[in-house]
Each structure stands twice: as C-alpha cells, then as structure tokens.
Write a protein that binds this ligand. Sequence first.
Ligand SMILES: [Zn+2]
Length: 167
Amino acid sequence: MAKFTLSTTQKNKSVLLPKGFSYIIDKTTIDKTYWKCEHARKLKCKGRVHTDYINTTLLYENDNHNHSDNEVSIEIRIFEGKVRDRAINRNETTQAVIDNCLTNLSDYAVARLPDFKHIKRNIQNRHEQNDLSKISHDKTFNRIPNKLATTKRNTTFLQYDSGPDND
Ligand SMILES: [Zn+2]
C-alpha cells in the first residue's frame, strides 16, 4: 500500500483510502496519526495503518482485514470527496467540477456513479452555500443570489431590490 488518498467524508471527517479499504482516525499524537479500519467496530476488523502527523507517509500497515476490499466503491468515495472539495474551494462551473473529477476514474467506477443529476444538484447546493457565506460579509451584492430569491418550494419571489434608499 504505497499509494493512498486522503479524503473527507460527507460529515467532513478525514478518511484514508488506500486501494480497496477505508480508514478513519483512531487517535493522533504529536508525530503520528493512527487510523483504524472503518469496519473496526462493526466487524471487529483489525486493519490498522499509521501515518506521520501530516498524513503523507505510511509508517505502518496491518492489512489483515476480516472482510473483502472494494476497489470500486473506494474509487467512488474518492470521486465524491474531490467533487465536494472543488465545489467548495474552486470557482468552477458545475460541469467543470464533474469533468475534472472524472479524470482517472475507471470505467467500472464511472458505471457505478450515482445519477449525474444528483451529483450536479449537490454541487449546486454547495455553490449556493458559498454564495450565502459571502453575503454576510458583503451587503452590496449586485446580483441577488438565487438562494435568497427562491422560496422553499423553489418559486422565484425576489427579483429586484432597489437598495436601501428607495424603499
Ligand atoms: Zn477492515
């Protein structure tokens, strides 16, 4: 297991994804991170890895898992982690986020991806959250963000704001 990917779960927890397995943080010390198999509790799996504290180098590995690996599902999780990261941190269109994240994905993984409509909606939701977080710092936005102009039922209600002077 020379190669691994560091990603995040939907709840924004770190997850280490070498080929076929996934590890979550067990504990951290000054110089090391101790990872345990994601199934450590449920299946009492003994799979463990240690990395240095910045999670770049593998120091120890016990890949004595008591369950089979699943390369394709790990690939998909890496894909989903990348999508979340790019949607939040880069100023890209929804399609560009998907295109960039699809590179290097195997055909097997592409075939098992969730519906693209679903992925796109997730990206758009993240983009809108980003818009909202900017608003609180900038009250002079020119374009009314979609999120503020739409009701919960997704109908448009606020399309024009004359500003503070002409109320
Ligand atoms: Zn395991």
